[in-house]
Design a protein around this ligand. Structure first.
Ligand code: C2E
Ligand code: MG
Ligand code: MG
Ligand code: MG
Length: 278
């Protein structure tokens, strides 16, 4: 015990992992349950109330440590592995929400990120049906975040998928808006209710006046179309103040809260509730 073999190769830092190695490790990760979900609150800027939680995937590998989605999701996307991974994410997030509701800890929609590959596959809607009926979660307490680029490739099919999702009462949010190729006029034809402004645009708010104008136009148009508008990646008081002046009503970011472990969420919510009410 405690003895380590000096001839055994040292664990490589995860930076050196190759595509095929990550693919192999991902197979094991699913079987060994090495994934967990963190939850980041979305807050109403005016009232200070938490209005939703975004589920964010984390992978704690026993040997390589924490791998962030940016490292392994591209691999999962290029292989079929994104399907079982998202199935796990959806199942875990929905079950967690049912548990929190039962315990009276929260009654908030949880949003789950859906990658382009899965959105365009026939699996997504079947998966949703199964998981909602198995966990018993009301569809309205689940939200899917879909990037604009996922939806512009095949317009007719995208529209049909979104319609099927809406029929289950599941909400749709467009993620990372403002960097891709979808126009607001295209999005206005889709059954969506929330627009999330990409964090790159938010980070440049002070330094780039023309980006402030762009964000301002996105917020104003979003409201005309009847969408909720969320600023992503809000880190500073200054960004928050600019967003307030632009009448953006919701935000998500380190300024308010980091993504939290499930066990931290209930503590955070009850502490926050007393702060808001006093
Ligand atoms: P996203 O959906 O845009 O999620 C927001 C990302 O910004 C998260 O990174 C979050 O931790 C980070 N973030 C939040 N607030 C701030 C802030 O104030 N400043 C900065 N710099 N960053 C902030 P994360 O968790 O590393 O996820 C990265 C991306 O990976 C996500 O971007 C999403 O596209 C994808 N992703 C995460 N979880 C899942 C998942 O379960 N399934 C799928 N398909 N994609 C996921
Ligand atoms: Mg997201
Ligand atoms: Mg985003
Ligand atoms: Mg994203």
């Amino acid at each position: 015990k405690g003895y380590s073999n000096p001839n055994e190769p040292k664990a490589k830092p995860s930076q050196n992992l190759q595509f095929y190695q990550i693919e192999k490790l991902l197979h094991e990760a699913i079987e060994n349950e090495e994934f967990s979900l963190y939850y980041q609150p979305q807050v109403n800027i005016k009232t200070g109330e938490v209005e939703a939680l975004e589920a964010l995937l984390r992978w704690e590998h026993p040997k390589y440590g924490l791998l962030t989605p940016g490292r392994f999701l591209p691999v999962a996307e290029k292989t079929e592995l994104i399907i079982p991974i998202t199935q796990w994410v959806l199942k875990t997030a929905c079950q967690q929400n049912v548990d929190w509701i039962k315990l009276g800890l929260s009654y908030l929609p949880i949003s789950v990120n859906i990658s382009p590959r899965l959105f365009q596959s026939p699996y997504l809607t079947k998966m949703l049906e199964q998981i909602l009926s198995k966990t018993g979660l009301d569809g309205s307490l689940l939200e899917l975040e879909i990037t604009e680029n996922s939806m512009i490739d095949n317009i007719r099919e995208s529209l049909q998928t979104l319609q099927t999702i809406q029929d289950m009462n599941v909400q749709i949010a467009v993620d990372d808006f403002g960097l891709g190729y979808a126009s607001l006029s295209y999005l206005s034809q889709l059954p969506m209710r929330k627009l999330k402004i990409a964090q790159t645009l938010i980070h440049n708010l002070k330094t780039h006046p023309h980006q402030t104008a762009l964000v301002s136009a996105i917020i104003a148009s979003g409201h005309i179309f009847g969408w909720q508008v969320v600023a992503e990646g809000v880190e500073t008081q200054q960004q928050l103040e600019i967003l307030q002046s632009l009448k953006c009503e919701k935000m998500q970011g380190y300024r308010f809260s980091q993504p939290l472990m499930a066990t931290e969420v209930s503590k955070f919510l009850s502490l926050h509730r007393t702060l808001v009410n006093n």
